[in-house]
Design a binder for this molecule. Sequence first.
Ligand code: GLY
Length: 352
Amino acid sequence: MLSPLTRRRFLQAATLAGAGQLASQAAAPPQPTSSTPAGRPLAIASGNGLQATARAMALIQQGADALDAVLAGVNLVEDDPNDHTVGLGGYPNEAGVVELDASVMHGPTGRGGAVAALQNIRNPSNVARLVMERTDHVLLVGAGALQFAKAHGFTEENLLTNAAREAWLKWKESLSAQDDWLPPHSIQTPDVGARRAPFARPYGTINCNALDQRGGISGCTTTSGLAFKIPGRVGDSPILGAGLWVDNEVGAAGSTGRGEANLLACSSVMVVEYMRQGLAPEAACLRACQRIVTQTKMRRLLDDQGRPKFNVSFYAFNKQGDFGGAAIWPGFKFAVNTGEAESRLVAGAHLY
Ligand code: GLY
């Protein structure tokens, strides 16, 4: 069930979108072009991005490109040993090894880069940027990504802090129905592995997107991924279109939460496409949540009312500088900075 507020916002957005569709049948809708007036500078991020957005905005106000700004912002979080969802101090995989995923997109040039399952390098976002700038590729993974990072002078370090190691040990010592292995089953079996309570395992991440003074849009998503994942598991964060998407003519979107859901719904690119079709950022995020709900059919992932047991959150803005966020479940806030010294947390909409 949509909450009253959410339902009203969703219906308003749907009405506007419907009106836009009717209008588009009568006359060609205005297409965004590179001459679209730039909105005011803006930085938004997941809720753990208060400092990141403040840093990004400070740089944008000095004239920085949005990509430099968001990377400087997320580097603060990657370097923070107390954020267990990103970089140094991130929760490790099932084997006790920290494996990081990150992606970047630079709107003005339409380029992107990413790394996945990268070990021993605390700033995977910076390596993702180098993949974009210094290779003809978009995504490097595992040992190859590490080799590439070392070739560019990154130094290896142990990213597993004592706090993260103790959390991993506690999880390992109480392994039962909380891991990711499923028994053999037919593809027709909808309820294999029914287990885990809602939100039992952290999927934290930081997504940060910004609009600079020249109208340039860039974004970054960086994460240690699902805590205690199967080694080699890659989530949505380094997959362009899933955990991050930037289109300089339309806007940007990124996500945190269950990456598998975004991988199966290509959510972030859909949020941007929904905005291109005329939805406001918040409504576009809500529609992406609804798309995930529709896509999720395995009973072990659904509660007794058929709703996902997991959460996914989206953060988006358009070229005009309108921003919004939404999640499947209530209670989430995202960080916003529109030019202030300190960022603020804004409550997002929710589907249920
Ligand atoms: N969204 C982060 C992950 O699933 O890895």
